[in-house]
Design a protein around this ligand. Structure first.
Ligand SMILES: NC(=O)c1ccc[n+]([C@@H]2O[C@H](COP(=O)([O-])OP(=O)(O)OC[C@H]3O[C@@H](n4cnc5c(N)ncnc54)[C@H](O)[C@@H]3O)[C@@H](O)[C@H]2O)c1
Length: 429
């Protein structure tokens, strides 16, 4: 049988087990009917532009040589250079990196940043290796992918198990190889090396900004609104503090140590100090402990999952009583749960817009690095607010126009922007 060249799956994927890439493909199918004439170009979204698999050999501290599998996938660069994190995890697969790179294309376009989407990863459990081993790993990986990254080509950033130090090593390695200090090759760097003020808080601040927009549209006053948050790390704790500063009541917080509850509102400033010392929320003064499953059943105005993937799923979606869910984490709602929440009339603000504050301030970092002129934190927060509110408005407008969920609307906005760029650029040659 002759394969249809316009609809074939890449041969390097297993058609019987597409993994996360399969979920992404379903999402593209869902929005295709809304793309009008641009749907002619939709196959562009169903394959990555460039997929690089590299061997990353390093010498371990005990003198032996170990080999690791590394990836960098550029899903789409029609609107600008690739942008996306680098993940160190033992379960990283090509399908996962491909899907994450595609979701970065969607996120960048949904927020209207001049970036495409990319992602990288190394299949390693970093907890088993020393800091010098991880430095050698990072430097070798950066050299191996060096020909396809660069400030005008593809700009990596931290993701799961990588951080500002990892970015400093990547930036140094790239700079040594090209013979010039090139701060703009990665974002999420230390402030002393061209990092941006406001980056640490950016995702939580964006979550808060988007929650305010959604609450206003739903007729919920933020002052006195009831909030429940899963995760009290970077994203969850920043959002919690901003909600609390605005007069909202954070009723419950869940982290890896348990669920705490106070019907009159948790004292977030005191909790930040407590978690700094105790490394978890359980046992915080002035709160009671709830069984973890009760967290999802609380009667609340805004629920913010800001911890892990797949937390609202077919087992608990039916019990959710929030009026609005704002996705701080990536992929916290399974596709099945998403349908259940929609059928219950619960508004779900999707991750691709709700948690895009991080990549937005990464964009600011990249712009500042190009000009070597750095902005104040107030300027950064103000510009972040402008971009997040505009993204919410475009998404909400399309949702109302087509009577679709905010998630489908965000995908329509993003896919249309990407394919429009593809169309006006045309194919070369
Ligand atoms: N940090 C960013 O800029 C950023 C940007 C976009 C998306 N995200 C996403 O947001 C989520 C949180 O990221 P973060 O940077 O705040 O991470 P973090 O490591 O700072 O915090 C994670 C939080 O999740 C909690 N947690 C872990 N396991 C849990 C469990 N089983 N049950 C309940 N809580 C649990 C931890 O206790 C911690 O409070 C992730 O999905 C991440 O991919 C983060």
């Amino acid at each position: 049988m002759t394969e249809n060249p316009t609809h074939s799956l890449p041969s390097y994927l297993n058609p019987d087990d597409l993994g996360p890439w399969g979920i992404y493909l379903e999402q593209v199918e869902r929005v295709t009917p809304y793309l009008g004439k641009l749907s002619k170009w939709v196959e562009t979204l169903k394959r990555p532009k460039r997929t690089l698999i590299v061997d990353v050999p390093i010498q371990l501290d005990n003198g032996t040589i170990a080999h690791f599998e590394g990836y960098r996938v550029q899903h789409n660069t029609s609107r600008g250079p690739g942008k996306g994190g680098v993940r160190y995890h033992q379960d990283v697969t090509l399908s996962e990196v491909m899907a994450l790179s595609a979701w970065m294309s969607v996120k960048s376009a949904a927020v209207n940043l001049p970036f495409g989407g990319a992602k990288g990863g190394i299949r390693i459990d970093p907890r088993l290796y020393s800091q010098p081993e991880l430095e050698r790993l990072t430097r070798r990986y950066t050299s191996e992918i060096g020909s396809i990254i660069g400030p005008n080509k593809d700009i990596p950033a931290p993701d799961v198990n990588t951080n500002a130090q990892t970015m400093a090593w990547m930036m140094d390695t790239y700079s040594m190889n090209v013979g010039a200090t090139t701060t703009g090759v990665v974002t999420g760097k230390p402030i002393s090396l061209g990092g941006s003020l406001g980056r640490v808080e950016a995702t939580g601040r964006g979550v808060y900004t988007i929650a305010c927009e959604a609450a206003r549209d739903a007729g919920i006053a933020l002052e006195g609104a009831r909030i429940c948050i899963q995760g009290f790390g970077n994203v969850g704790s920043t959002a919690a503090r901003l909600f609390s500063d605005a007069g909202a009541k954070v009723l419950a917080i869940q982290d890896h140590t348990g669920t705490i509850y106070n019907p009159n509102g948790i004292d977030i400033i005191a909790l930040l100090d407590y978690v700094e010392q105790e490394k978890g929320v359980a046992g915080a003064p002035g709160t009671e402990i709830l069984p973890n499953e009760q967290f999802w059943q609380l009667d609340t105005d805004i629920l913010v999952p800001a911890a892990l993937e797949n937390q609202i799923n077919r087992h608990n979606a039916d019990q959710v009583r929030a009026r609005i869910v704002v996705e701080g984490a990536n992929g916290p709602t399974s596709p099945e749960a998403d349908d259940i929440l929609n059928s219950k009339g619960i508004i779900v603000v999707p991750d691709v817009v709700a948690n895009a504050g991080g990549v937005t301030v990464s964009y600011f970092e990249w712009v500042q690095d190009f000009s070597s002129f750095f902005w104040s934190e107030d300027e950064i927060n103000e510009r972040l607010g402008v971009i997040m509110k505009a993204a919410y408005k475009s998404m909400a407008g399309v949702a109302a126009e087509h009577k679709v969920s905010l998630r489908t609307a965000a995908f329509i906005v993003a896919c249309a922007r990407i394919l429009e760029a593809r169309q006006v650029r045309g194919l070369y040659p």
